[in-house]
Design a protein around this ligand. Structure first.
Ligand code: 4NP
Length: 151
């Protein structure tokens, strides 16, 4: 059975779709299933933000077929690892956890790497440059996650 990893942000249109697409490129799809979700329901069923689609495309990754969905407590059953983009997402996700096992599945993405910042900034009100910065942060963390998962 595949190892399942869920990437979570607020809207599931900017950061977590990038995290899903980036981590997928680093893992064997026969062994790993990667998905993403948002804690909010603002954009359900929508494609990722055009700026995330563009920055991913620039780096050779197609995320345009993804569609927004909301995180649900069922995801604790379905996924082995849940990575959140910022502390607010982290708190929102663990608040739905029913037990220690579920809560322990949830990590802050940037805790995987040594950095001064611990949160992937919300780029929604930023420019395309902000999306490039977000891409680089997520890519570094996903590289470490992929190496650890492949060990
Ligand atoms: P995300 O960014 O959490 O990285 O998908 C956001 C997307 C939409 C909104 C906020 C953040 N919004 O307020 O609609």
């Amino acid at each position: 059975m595949a190892v399942k990893i869920l990437m979570v942000c607020l809207g599931n249109i900017c950061r977590s779709p990038l995290a899903e697409g980036i981590l997928q490129t680093k893992l064997d799809p026969k062994v790993f299933f990667v998905d993403s979700a948002g804690t909010a329901d603002y954009h359900l069923g929508k494609k990722p933000d055009y700026r995330s689609i563009e920055v991913a495309r620039k780096h050779g990754i197609d995320i345009a077929r993804q569609r927004c969905r909301q995180f649900s407590a069922h995801d604790f059953n379905d996924f082995d690892y849940i990575f959140t983009m910022d502390k607010s997402n982290y708190r929102n996700v663990i608040s739905l956890g029913q037990n220690e096992n579920e809560v322990n599945k949830v990590k802050l993405l940037l805790n995987e790497i040594e950095l001064d910042i611990k949160e992937v900034p919300d780029p929604y009100y930023d420019t395309q440059n902000g999306f490039e910065h977000v891409f680089q942060l997520i890519d570094k963390a996903c590289e470490v996650i992929a190496v650890n998962l492949n060990d």
